[in-house]
Design a protein around this ligand. Structure first.
Ligand code: PEP
Ligand code: MG
Length: 284
C-alpha cells in the first residue's frame, strides 16, 4: 500500500475522529495487508480537500495556502494524536509514516519532534506502539526537491507526489480544465526533476516511491522504470495492465527510452518517442 490518504476517512465523518477511532481504522488497514507495508500519510487537508467540521480560511490561493502539514503543525494536538494512532497501529504490521507537502528542513524536523513527543506520551501511558517506524517526506514542492539530499539525511524514504509537484513546477492548477494543457507530466522540466530525485535517492540510499496519476500511464511508467523508480503507488485497477507491460519490457529498453527522453526539449517529441518505444514493446 504505497499511499494511504488519511484525510479521506476524516472527510467521510461528521466530526474529528479521536485516537481510538483512528487507531482502529489504521489497524484494520494494516492487518488487511498482512506482511506488506502500509504507508500512512498524515492529514493532507486544504487545497481541494476540506473537512466538513473544520472550516478552512478563505484564501486567494488555497493550493499555495494553509494546507497539509502546515495545518497539522499549527494544530499540534490533532497532529500528535494522529501520530500516536499511527504508532499504535504499527504493532499490527509493517507501517511507514509519511509527511506531506514538506518544503524545508525545519518542517521535517518539527514533524519529527512531534513524533518524539507522541512516543514519549505513549510510553508514559504504558500504551504499546511500534518503536521503529520508517519516516518519509513527500517531495511535491519544488523547493523540497532542491533540498532532497539534505532531507534524505532526515528520513528513511521519499514519496514523489507527482500530482502536486507538476502543478507547482509548471504553475498549472491540477484541477482547472482551463489550464489542463499546461499541466503536462511529460514536460521536459518535470522529467529532469524526477530524474534528479531518483539520482539523489540512489546516492543517498533512501527509499523512493512514486505517487500520483502519472505512475499509472504505461508511457510514463516505462519512462520511470528506465529512470530507476522501482516502487509505485497506484489505484489497483491499473496494476494488471502495468504488470503485463513489465513482463514484456527489458530494463535496457526502458533505460534507453529514459535516456533519449531526457535529451529532448519538447513535450510532443517526448510523447512521440515514448509511444514509439511502447509500440515496439507491446506490438500494439
Ligand atoms: C500527489 O500530490 O502526487 C499525491 C500523491 O498526493 P495527493 O494527490 O493526495 O495530493
Ligand atoms: Mg499531494
Amino acid at each position: 500500500m504505497g499511499l494511504y490518504r488519511t484525510e479521506f476517512p476524516y472527510m467521510a465523518r461528521g466530526d474529528f475522529p479521536d485516537r481510538l477511532d483512528q487507531y482502529q481504522l489504521y489497524s484494520k488497514v494494516v492487518e488487511g495487508f498482512g506482511d506488506h507495508p502500509v504507508t500512512i500519510r498524515t492529514l493532507d487537508i486544504g487545497g481541494d480537500k476540506a473537512l466538513p467540521y473544520f472550516s478552512p480560511p478563505t484564501e486567494d490561493n488555497p493550493f499555495m495556502g494553509w494546507r497539509s502539514v502546515r495545518v497539522s503543525l499549527d494544530n499540534r494536538d490533532i497532529f500528535r494524536t494522529q501520530i500516536e494512532a499511527i504508532l499504535m497501529a504499527g504493532v499490527h504490521g509493517p507501517v511507514k509514516m509519511l509527511f506531506p507537502m514538506i518544503s524545508s528542513l525545519e518542517e521535517i524536523r518539527a514533524c519529527k519532534a512531534v513524533v518524539e513527543e507522541a512516543r514519549q506520551n505513549l510510553s508514559r501511558e504504558g500504551t504499546v506502539f511500534a518503536e521503529q517506524i520508517p519516516l518519509g517526506v513527500m517531495l511535491e514542492v519544488p523547493g523540497a526537491v532542491r533540498l532532497a539530499d539534505k532531507l534524505a539525511r532526515e528520513v528513511d524514504f521519499f514519496a514523489l507526489g507527482t500530482n502536486d509537484l507538476i502543478q507547482y513546477l509548471l504553475a498549472a492548477d491540477r484541477n482547472n480544465p482551463l489550464v489542463s494543457k499546461y499541466y503536462d507530466p511529460l514536460h521536459p522540466a518535470v522529467l529532469q526533476v524526477l530524474n534528479e530525485v531518483t539520482e539523489v535517492a540512489r546516492r543517498m540510499k533512501v527509499g523512493l516511491c512514486l505517487c500520483g496519476e502519472m505512475g499509472s500511464d504505461p508511457l510514463t511508467f516505462m519512462l520511470l522504470i528506465g529512470m530507476g523508480v522501482r516502487e509505485f503507488s497506484m489505484p489497483s485497477p491499473f496494476i494488471p495492465r502495468l504488470k503485463a507491460l513489465l513482463q514484456d519490457l527489458s530494463l535496457e529498453q526502458a533505460r534507453r527510452a529514459a535516456r533519449q527522453a531526457l535529451e529532448l526539449g519538447e513535450s510532443a517529441q517526448i510523447r512521440a518517442l515514448l509511444e514509439e518505444h511502447l509500440k515496439k514493446i507491446t506490438g500494439e
